[in-house]
Design a binder for this molecule. Structure first.
Ligand code: THU
Length: 157
């Protein structure tokens, strides 16, 4: 039996179409990009989580001479949140990047490992959180939850 998996997402022409929460989270991600440590790939990534109490937790990719030791921006932000005592719940994550690794027209979207990490945080809080991505052309992708980026998630119900 052939089955289909379908999902929808929002493709917005620019930041102007975002709501205030989304805008401020994206701005925080762009700021976070400045803190990236990416001397090897020269590809800087910033991530920001907006929590339910309106606080923001940022992350940026942190590379290392021993390459696999480095960590993506999304996981730096998520694990930093995870390490906090008071977990308010994640409302959304915004992710931005800067660098030549992606060519014009390429879509910027989180790596598989970061999707898996997002899946676990979603499961922990039993509530999906939005994922906002900014492309090189300034357009924005908004996903309602990680289930749209990672079907058949390992360990999903
Ligand atoms: N990177 C992220 O921070 N997030 C992703 O989702 C994909 C890749 C980082 C890892 C590495 O420091 C650099 O981008 C190049 O892959």
């Amino acid at each position: 039996m052939k089955k289909e998996f379908k999902f929808s997402y929002h493709h917005l022409a620019s930041v102007k179409e975002l709501n205030e929460d989304q805008k401020k989270t994206l701005e925080a991600a762009e700021q976070a990009t400045l803190n990236a440590y990416a001397p090897y790939s020269k590809f800087k990534v910033g991530a920001a989580l907006l929590l339910n109490d309106d606080t923001i937790v940022i992350g940026s990719n942190q590379e290392n001479k021993a390459y696999p030791t480095g960590l993506c921006a999304e996981r730096v932000a998520l694990f930093s949140y995870g390490a906090q005592q008071n977990k308010q719940g994640i409302k959304m994550i915004a992710i931005t990047c800067e660098g030549d690794l992606l060519k014009e027209g390429d879509v910027f979207s989180p790596c598989g490992g970061c999707r898996q990490a997002m899946a676990e945080f979603t499961e922990m809080q039993e509530q999906a959180f939005e994922i906002i991505l900014k492309n090189g052309d300034g357009s924005i992708l908004v996903f309602e939850g990680v289930h749209q980026l990672l079907p058949f998630i390992f360990g999903s119900k």
